[in-house]
Design a binder for this molecule. Structure first.
Ligand SMILES: Cc1ncc(COP(=O)(O)O)c(C=O)c1O
Length: 379
């Protein structure tokens, strides 16, 4: 049985070009980029080349890109680096109820450390309303963190608009672009943010590598102390193969983003249309248009999401029943709860996330599998 992977929001396979670019840095080019000899110089050059590629993909300056161990670290570093640096002005932070755990839990921790965190609600599509932002602002507000696209339902947030409002009050704006980067155009200039997080393994790069964009002049206190790497903001010997891989992956996805976005949109349209026609009691979650092109999130009346996932898995099809559903557990996600989805529908939900390798045949195979499986599981 040929397996079908439809969980690209969880992680992606490493692109061949990425792997090929990385291999020499796992074999012969092993020097420490801080070494002054030729071994060090060749890896330093590779790191700076990758920095240029990531900066180019995000429309940032190379010196504004800081390599990290992934999306989680980028988020934590953004919040824990910027918030204490603005302590002189105030202690209030604004975020949303649908952020990734990396942001939400860091905010919760900061709240116990003398910061005051306001969590904005979302509407039924999972979108933060601009009119909820302004009342949450006070002269003590220093930072807002709003994700670009949601990892569960794919809804795209009004980050640009929030950043404009934030700057009006002298508030720093961070966005977690881990899910959006590579799937829709992401430019720090367009979004107007001060801090932005990305991760390698969501864009056909390796796991355990990411980057944080920190706009020039942004107040920032290092979280880790150590060596002088990454302008002292993220010390530690660089993960050279990972960085090289991230650079190539970032360049690849950003070069092809418009075309791939259109292709995935067509596949999404086909999948949603066919499922609507073939499966009674299906409802789609997330914003119908302002959403990631490859993500389809739905609930099916009378069928638990984890059961559906297990049954599809038996048929060789990999989907997800939430952000990263814990095996065998059907717990309604906090994102769906924040969107006001009733608990029974929230546990009956499945996320399909398509990617570079997904074809029309794959989408049709999923539709057929669901059409055959749902009535069987429905009680
Ligand atoms: C929106 C979002 N932020 C952050 C992360 C964490 O990224 P990483 O797995 O690289 O730590 C993820 C990963 O699922 C994500 O979807």
């Amino acid at each position: 049985m040929e397996r079908l992977y439809l969980d690209h929001a969880a992680t992606t396979p490493v692109a061949t070009e990425v792997l090929e670019a990385m291999l020499p840095y796992l074999e012969t080019r092993f020097g420490n980029p801080s070494s002054v000899h030729s071994f060090g110089r060749e890896t330093r050059e590779a790191v700076e080349n990758a920095r240029n590629l990531v900066a180019g993909a995000l429309e940032a300056k190379p010196e504004e890109i800081f390599f990290t161990s992934g999306g989680t670290e980028s988020d934590v570093l953004a919040l824990r680096g910027a918030a204490p640096a603005c302590r002189g002005k105030g202690n209030r932070i604004i975020t949303s109820s649908v952020e990734h755990h990396a942001v939400l839990e860091t905010c919760l921790a900061l709240d116990t450390e003398g910061f005051d965190v306001t969590v904005l609600p979302v509407d039924e599509h999972g979108t933060v309303r601009l009119e909820d932002f302004q009342p949450a602002v006070s002269d003590k507000t220093i930072l807002v963190s709003l994700m670009h696209a949601n990892n569960e339902v794919g809804t795209i947030q009004p980050v640009r608009e929030i950043a404009v409002l934030a700057h009006r009050y002298g508030i720093l704006a961070h966005t977690d672009a881990v899910q959006s980067f590579g799937k829709i155009p992401v430019s720090v200039k367009e979004l107007g943010v001060d801090l932005l997080s990305i991760s390698g393994h969501k864009i056909y790069g390796p796991k355990g590598i990411g980057a944080l964009f920190i706009k020039e002049g942004t107040p920032f206190e290092p979280v880790f102390q150590g060596g002088g790497q990454e302008q002292r903001r993220r010390p530690g010997t660089e993960n050279v193969p990972g960085i090289v891989g991230l650079g190539v992956a970032a360049a690849l996805v950003s070069a092809g983003v418009e075309k791939e976005m259109e292709r995935l949109r067509r596949l999404r349209h086909r999948l949603v249309g066919d499922l609507e026609e073939r499966i009674a009691g299906i409802r789609f979650n997330g914003h119908p248009t302002l959403c990631l092109p490859g993500t389809v999130h739905f609930s099916v009346d009378g069928v638990a999401g984890n059961q559906l996932l297990e049954e599809l898995d038996r048929q060789g099809i990999a989907v997800s029943c939430g952000a990263a559903c814990t095996a065998g557990q059907a717990k309604p996600s906090y994102v769906l709860a924040a969107m006001g989805l009733e608990e029974n529908l929230a546990v009956n939900s499945v996320r399909v996330s398509m990617g570079r390798g997904t074809t029309t045949q794959d989408v049709d195979r999923l539709t057929e599998a669901l059409a055959a499986t749902v009535p069987r599981l429905r009680v």
